[in-house]
Design a protein around this ligand. Structure first.
Ligand SMILES: *[C@@H]1O[C@H](CO)[C@@H](O)[C@H](O)[C@H]1NC(C)=O
Length: 294
């Protein structure tokens, strides 16, 4: 790992408690549940499609443990049950599945994407908790959240052989942040589906070899004036770490581990829906039992 000492940057760590979605926009429980159902439909289609495509032999051929497919089938059944549970709670307001496009090509890239989708699912439920009014729905959402977190841990540690957690806290994401990450997989949806009050932010990408403590090139389409000062904000647990964006380059904070999200923001204190220019991007930094980067 490169030394961070040479980097004379202001790095702020703050507790993130901005309102992800303003109360004024009156997000009701049906809307939050439909947002959750939108994600569950996506996960359900993801697992169903992969299991139809890859049999036991394909898993073994890919060098994955022979029992992994059976576990993925259990995960698939959970997602299907989540879809049925939320659909039943919403009745005739329930949003219907869309058509999707997932970029996996073999069981290994499927398992890698599974880890990402489960991680985003955890961040989605964690971030949406504050929007739910009905305590029974909140309990049900917590129960789904913990199950998604078990999936994320299992696929990371047992299948992909990386750390099964990121740290003491998982990252809460706003509806718009989650939708930004889900939208690339959604091809089209039934026109009869209820409209959700979400909009994706422009895509943000980091250069391939992004490592904590080193500089990384970022790319995004921005409509902000070129004179506007911009920052890269890293979401890690309940904290945000802010670094300046200089000539399209950011230095990734050296202490980030596990699943981390990054956005570009006009605000050098805290990123929120009001000031995000692009992202989130998903960054994964595997670390060993000694906490050192792998
Ligand atoms: C940046 O965000 C902080 C925290 O939400 C807020 O207090 C501040 O006014 C914002 N700054 C600008 C320039 O918008």
């Amino acid at each position: 790992m490169k030394s961070f000492a040479t980097v004379a940057l202001a790095v702020f760590s703050v507790y993130a408690h901005p309102s992800p979605v303003k109360r004024a926009s009156a997000i009701d429980d049906a809307t939050v549940l439909n947002f959750a159902l939108t994600l569950e439909h996506l996960e359900n289609a993801f697992y169903k499609g992969a299991l139809e495509k890859f049999d036991d032999k394909a898993f073994i051929h890919a060098g994955l443990p022979s029992w992994a497919r059976g576990r993925f089938a259990q995960v698939a059944a959970h997602e299907k049950t989540h879809v049925e549970f939320l659909s039943s709670a919403l009745g005739n307001k329930a949003t219907k599945p869309c058509t999707y496009n997932f970029p996996y090509t073999d069981p290994r890239s499927f398992a890698a994407l599974s880890q990402v989708l489960e991680g985003v699912g955890v961040s989605a439920y964690t971030g949406a908790a504050r929007l739910i009014s009905n305590k029974d729905y909140l309990t049900a959402a917590a129960s789904i959240l913990s199950t998604e977190a078990r999936h994320a841990s299992w696929v990371a540690a047992a299948v992909n052989k990386v750390a099964g957690w990121s740290g003491s806290f998982d990252v809460p994401l706003s509806l718009n942040e989650v939708y930004t990450l889900a939208a690339p997989f959604i091809v089209s949806c039934p026109s009869t589906n209820p409209a959700l009050p979400v909009k994706p932010f422009p895509t943000l990408t980091f250069s391939a070899k992004s490592v904590p403590g080193s500089a990384s090139t970022v790319t995004f389409e921005s409509s902000t004036a070129s004179s506007t000062e911009l920052f890269a904000v890293f979401f890690t647990g309940l904290s945000q770490e802010v670094v300046p964006l200089v000539d399209g380059t950011v230095v990734i904070p050296k202490d980030v581990r596990g699943l981390v999200y990054a956005v570009i923001s006009t605000n050098g204190t805290m990123a929120s829906d009001d000031n995000i220019v692009a992202g989130p991007a998903i960054l994964e930094f595997d670390f060993g039992s000694n906490h050192l980067l792998q």
